[in-house]
Design a protein around this ligand. Structure first.
Ligand SMILES: NC(=O)c1ccc[n+]([C@@H]2O[C@H](COP(=O)([O-])OP(=O)(O)OC[C@H]3O[C@@H](n4cnc5c(N)ncnc54)[C@H](OP(=O)(O)O)[C@@H]3O)[C@@H](O)[C@H]2O)c1
Length: 316
């Protein structure tokens, strides 16, 4: 099958098209013909070689976690899908994603069915960032109706889902971004928009139940004075220093530090898709790229100013 591979770590020009082996499925997995993918920062961090100690460097490597496509094969024990179904989901987290290819395989639990949706390929942009923010806000933050949440990086992939999910859950959202994303974010009804170029958020005169730091430029130690007693700081970048911050948090009147590591939970994927179908959650595509131009998609993502998500369309 055709795939976009890398044969060394480095800049976006390491991508090349190649023929690779089609993935095999086991009893509990499904094979899909991929129609759409998405770029997440993890993809270019892996392209740069940041995860080589974790996942090795056996080239060629096929990157890419977010996929949407049509089921073309099912294992004997698969119960939720049939050949011909459209699905979206996040591929393996225990290796490089392998999504930038004609076909991708994974356990059925990594996917959800897409029924009666327009443009199912575009749902590739939903899963990884949507799951991250749903699980961060609901499970790590335990957000309750009427609470105040500060969302840093509110216009990005993770952030724009976070703003919408927090609004669905009835929170007062303070969305931090730059001015150019104001109208984009205001469509989701945040309580307050904060331009981080004009306002130093560390000087804000508010206290929050939750601070969701999607960009990792503000640590718990920097932000803790903005949390109410018992408030929770959540970071999307797991780093060793978070352990130190967790210890220090013991001396901060019940304030807590949490890190999110997205998990493929099928019920959560079902929930995200249901919200999109009910028009409660908007899947916002900033830019689309063809699979052959994935290098440009990485350049765009790496620049760090995405508004919503980046979509990859597959036509070989
Ligand atoms: N742990 C996990 O499971 C997990 C899952 C998904 C993502 N992540 C991580 O979460 C981070 C965000 O991911 P993403 O997909 O949202 O990335 P993204 O879409 O590339 O985020 C881009 C956004 O970040 C904003 N931004 C940059 N600096 C900012 C600042 N100082 N203050 C406020 N906003 C700022 C940009 O807004 P401006 O244009 O206004 O600067 C832009 O809208 C990445 O580091 C990613 O690796 C972790």
């Amino acid at each position: 099958m055709k795939a976009i591979v890398i044969n060394s770590f480095g800049t976006p020009d390491v991508f090349e098209q190649a023929e690779v082996q089609k993935p095999e499925i086991n009893n509990t997995s499904i094979l899909i013909e991929v129609a759409g993918g998405s770029v997440n920062p993890v993809d270019w961090k892996q392209r740069q070689g940041n995860h080589r100690l974790l996942f090795g460097k056996k080239f060629p490597i096929v990157l890419g976690y977010d996929v949407a496509g049509k089921v073309v094969g099912t294992g004997k024990s698969v119960t939720r899908f049939q050949v011909g179904d459209w699905v979206c989901g996040v591929l393996s987290k225990s290796s490089y994603g392998k999504g930038l290819a004609q076909f991708a395989a994974g356990p059925e639990n990594f996917f959800t069915k897409l029924e009666n949706v327009k443009d199912p390929g575009s749902f590739a942009a939903l899963s990884l960032a949507g799951l991250t923010s749903l699980q961060a806000i609901r499970d790590k933050g335990k957000l309750e109706q009427g609470q105040k949440i500060l969302i840093i990086g509110a216009a990005g992939g993770v952030g724009h889902f976070a703003v919408q999910i927090a609004r669905i859950m009835g929170a007062d959202v303070y969305a931090v971004s730059s001015e150019k994303h104001r109208s984009f974010l205001e469509q989701f009804g945040p309580h307050t928009f904060i331009d981080y170029h004009k306002q130093d958020i560390l000087q804000l005169n508010h206290h929050f139940d939750i601070i969701y730091d999607g960009v990792g430029k503000y640590s718990f130690l920097k932000c803790k004075h903005l949390l109410k007693p018992g408030g929770i700081y959540i970071n999307t970048l797991p780093r060793p220093k978070i352990l130190v911050h967790k210890l220090l948090a013991l001396f901060t009147r019940g304030k807590k530090v949490r890190t999110i590591l997205m998990k493929q939970i099928p019920e959560d994927l079902d929930q995200l898709v249901a919200w999109v179908k009910e028009e409660k959650l908007k899947l916002c595509i900033d830019k689309e790229f063809k699979i052959q131009d994935v290098a440009s998609a990485h350049v765009y993502s790496e620049a760090g100013h995405t508004e919503g998500k980046i979509l990859i369309r597959y036509e070989w």
